[in-house]
Ligand binder design. Sequence first.
Ligand code: SAM
Length: 371
Amino acid sequence: MELEFAAPCLFGLESLVSKELKALGAEKVAAENGRVRFAGDEYLLARANLGVRYAERIFVVLGSFTAHTFEELFQGVRALPLENWIGRYDAFPVAGHTLNSDLFSVRDCQSIIKKAAVERLKEKYGISWFEETGARRQLRFSILKNRVDLYLDTSGEPLYKRGYRTQANEAPIRETLAAAMCALSQLRPYHTLYDPMCGSGTILIEGAMLAQNIAPGLRRRFAAERFEQIPETVWKEERARALAEIRPAPDFAAIGSDIDEAALEIARENARRAGVSEAVHLARADVRAFAPETQHGTVVTNPPYGERMQTRRAAAEILRALGRVFPQRHGFSYSVISPEPDFEALFGRRADKSRKLYNGMLKCRLYMYYK
Ligand SMILES: C[S@@+](CC[C@H](N)C(=O)[O-])C[C@H]1O[C@@H](n2cnc3c(N)ncnc32)[C@H](O)[C@@H]1O
């Protein structure tokens, strides 16, 4: 089955997503703003859901067309072969967004697309009422500069939900972003990874999974597992392949600390559920006393960010302390994500490299020091 796909991702991660999709065997990989398009078959659909670390979802592209009016939107959707994916009993909710387009009301676009889909399926199935009691086929639309893309979501829960997080602590970083920070920091399977403000342990766990090549989706299910278009054997084969590709990394260690014992308890449980607790070592400590004992280290961390005046001052104080406890040292690199515009001044050194990343809607930079 020849399929076209799109994988939305956090802004700034398009090139990482392109790279990982190519490594998984995707063809015609093309990065756009906040998403990557690619092509492949039903095996790739399963492999990408199980294996991508940096993308948020995997969509099948049902069609793309231009629409300036509701009538064009309606006719464009009605012309698409939706019956290939939506059965007569399936539920097919519609969600999406529009940006810089003549059609700007999301709610109106949603209802027009739903109506057009119903019209199409009415004709195909010869029925006038849809019970929608069957499997869920979530339709998603994106209207960007009057170009409409209609997608079928194959992931269900977003892919950053790996299935290991028990409870959230105060400000957990998104798993996809934590994994990307590790990759951008050139983390290798023989490194010692440090996160001295580890909270619920996301960076350590994602780093350990990356080091051991553990597919992030192995512990969860996907919407398309209920699609009869994708045979069960496809999922079985791809799960078996992902399991076979796990590589033990005996030299790897992830060392985490935090000032908050309750956060460490959550981190411990998350690491256990992710199957990486042997690699993850946790202890309570103040980052201001950070003094690693190894010769080499890859430090990747996400310090607190204060929204209010008082917490802002405390957060700035931590960044100053980081400048002291993360000295230039042979064998050590440091990557810190922060939305603080004065980060480098507070830290006390210009970064060797920095890169714009979004933590959800919050514009941040990853400041990297490796010289
Ligand atoms: C933004 S959160 C990190 C979230 C983490 N990346 C996660 O995914 O859960 C910042 C963390 O810094 C910790 N922290 C604050 N001050 C600290 C200090 N002086 N020493 C060590 N940890 C500290 C907080 O307890 C909190 O868990």
